[in-house]
Design a protein around this ligand. Structure first.
Ligand SMILES: Cc1cc2nc3c(=O)[nH]c(=O)nc-3n(C[C@H](O)[C@H](O)[C@H](O)COP(=O)(O)OP(=O)(O)OC[C@H]3O[C@@H](n4cnc5c(N)ncnc54)[C@H](O)[C@@H]3O)c2cc1C
Ligand SMILES: NC(=O)c1ccc[n+]([C@@H]2O[C@H](COP(=O)([O-])OP(=O)(O)OC[C@H]3O[C@@H](n4cnc5c(N)ncnc54)[C@H](O)[C@@H]3O)[C@@H](O)[C@H]2O)c1
Length: 459
């Protein structure tokens, strides 16, 4: 039986860099991955979707450019070309990541599914057949999330799509029904609408983007409505049936039933921890109330020598969080430093177009918590850069501490909203007040300069 100093399970956004750093620090390390190096982000998530979103944006721009006085005539979507480009990006990223692992001394890459068969022992069902049992002093779990498939009558009798399988379609759906209205639903919904699908989004809650402020969510709805995307809120799919190429769906909106037909169904109703194969009970690792691996602020699970990183430990499920978990674990385990994930400032960006960049708390959260705040709001139709470039969609918003002038949170729904919100995040990190940003000299006419105007609204 092979023994290691450290075993990393899951080659996600934490596990992939972590295994190399552990090995480079002198620990004999194994990385166990059941599918591909790079995990969700590289293979099924961020990179492939953003590559396809870029194609969708190009299609939108080609149509939209007429408003700028430039007509390119009819446009054609070459879906095979879009998929080839996406696949080539994924293969390059995955390949170079795998190569770096294979070239690291003291590190073994083992393809297979790991299951705990003892407190400090895993048995790997190898991808190429057979199995191997390994032991280690320390385990690092980075097994990620998987789509939730709601228990709806008939759902397993239809060829429903998930965020993974929709990227393998060989044709553009004629009429796509999307269950859920989170990031996955909105990014794919707008993307396929721009490729030519008719898109209907069904959300069972009373509005989309519940965690965002209502004015931001309303602005997103307006933008999507202009692209003929139908959004049905307070609505649930209660029954599915397949009839030839058509999927018949019974919907229920506030007690009223209706019958609709679609060609494709994407389930984007949330994601859950990928743990069913791991046998955590055997390792003595407890789960929290929501079914994620329970960790403390040092990312330690309830069993000694076991750590959990990334999405599987709960909290915001983003690549940059998983990557930061890796950075912190290295400081803790290799450099013997104190670490804590408490109070970590986590930004995020929804890559619909325009992007929704977010950081810190929302207005609704600040009010619920009784904070003394000022709220700055600026619609993009009064931003010089937006007017000049012909894209006035969206708005900017910042929540400011009324006493100190410090920024508590921001939302930027704009072309490059993810980049613009990062400027405000830097201000939050550096303790820069809104008055300093209001009076800062920024190049004209940039989006950054509009932050002067955003905070002038507080005067
Ligand atoms: C469609 C989509 C788009 C997204 N877009 C963005 C975005 O734009 N920006 C962003 O920040 N985040 C985005 N995310 C989220 C992001 O992909 C994840 O937060 C990120 O990948 C971090 O995941 P992770 O490191 O926790 O694990 P993952 O990347 O999910 O990796 C887990 C790995 O563990 C392996 N594994 C699981 N169980 C076992 C086992 N028993 N044995 C061996 N191996 C196992 C899996 O095969 C997988 O490779 C997106 C997600 C999706 C689905
Ligand atoms: N740009 C990004 O950073 C990005 C992009 C995509 C995904 N992600 C990550 O992936 C995670 C999962 O995304 P998601 O969109 O699947 O989940 P989500 O949890 O964000 O949204 C799911 C939505 O589906 C609704 N819902 C649940 N069951 C339903 C049902 N039966 N019928 C209708 N609606 C239903 C929920 O009310 C919720 O609004 C995100 O939270 C995020 O962390 C990030």
């Amino acid at each position: 039986m092979r023994h290691y100093d450290a075993i990393v399970i899951g080659a996600g956004q934490a596990g992939t860099p972590l295994c190399r750093k552990l090995a480079e620090s002198g620990l004999k390390t194994a990385l166990i991955e059941k599918r591909w190096v790079g995990g969700t982000c590289v293979n099924d998530g961020c990179s492939p979707t953003k590559a396809m979103v870029a194609s969708a944006k190009a299609a939108w721009s080609a149509r939209h450019n007429e408003t700028l006085g430039v007509s390119v005539g009819g446009i054609t979507i070459d879906f095979d070309e879009i998929l080839d480009r996406k696949n080539s990006i994924v293969h390059t990223m995955r390949g170079s990541s795998e190569k770096r692992i294979l070239n690291t001394a003291g590190l073994d890459l083992i393809y297979g599914t790991a299951r705990f068969t003892g407190r400090k022992e895993v048995t790997v069902s190898l991808k190429d057949g057979g199995s191997e049992t390994l032991t280690a002093d320390k385990f690092f779990l980075n097994t990620g999330l998987q789509p939730v498939i709601p228990d709806i009558e008939g759902i397993h009798s239809i060829p429903y799509l998930t965020s993974t399988t929709i990227m393998e379609l060989s044709e553009i759906p004629e009429h796509l029904l999307i269950l859920g209205s989170g990031y996955i639903a909105l990014e794919f919904g707008q993307m396929f609408a721009r490729f030519g699908s008719k898109v209907t989004i069904v959300e069972r809650a009373k509005r989309i983007l519940k965690k965002e402020d209502e004015d931001i969510a309303e602005e997103v709805v307006k933008i999507l409505a202009r692209e003929d995307i139908e959004i049905l809120t307070n609505t649930e799919a209660i029954q599915f049936a397949q009839s030839g190429h058509i999927i018949a769906v019974a919907l229920e909106t506030e007690g009223r039933r209706s019958q609709r037909s679609y060609t494709h169904v994407l389930v984007a109703a949330g994601r859950k921890p990928q743990l069913q194969e791991l046998g955590l009970e055997t390792a003595g690792v407890a789960l929290d109330k929501k079914g994620y691996i329970q960790v403390n602020a040092q990312l330690e699970a309830t069993a000694e020598g076991v750590y959990a990183l990334g999405d599987v430990k709960g909290g915001p499920a983003f690549t940059h969080v998983s990557y930061d978990d890796y950075r912190l674990i290295i400081q803790h385990v290799v450099e013997q430093k104190q670490i804590s994930i408490a109070d970590r400032l986590v930004p995020y960006c929804m890559f619909m177009d325009p992007q929704l960049g977010r950081v810190g708390i929302t207005e609704q959260e600040a009010r619920e918590r009784g904070f003394d705040i000022k709220v700055a709001v600026l619609k993009n139709d009064s931003v010089a850069r937006s007017i000049e470039t012909g894209d006035e969609r969206g708005m900017m918003k910042a929540i400011v501490d009324a006493q100190t002038g410090k920024i508590l949170g921001a939302a930027v729904l704009a072309e490059q909203g993810g980049e613009i919100v990062t400027i405000l995040q830097m201000a939050m990190i550096g303790g820069i007040t809104y008055q300093q940003i209001r009076n800062g000299v920024f190049a004209h006419p940039t989006y950054a300069e509009s932050l002067n105007n955003l905070f002038m609204t507080l005067d």
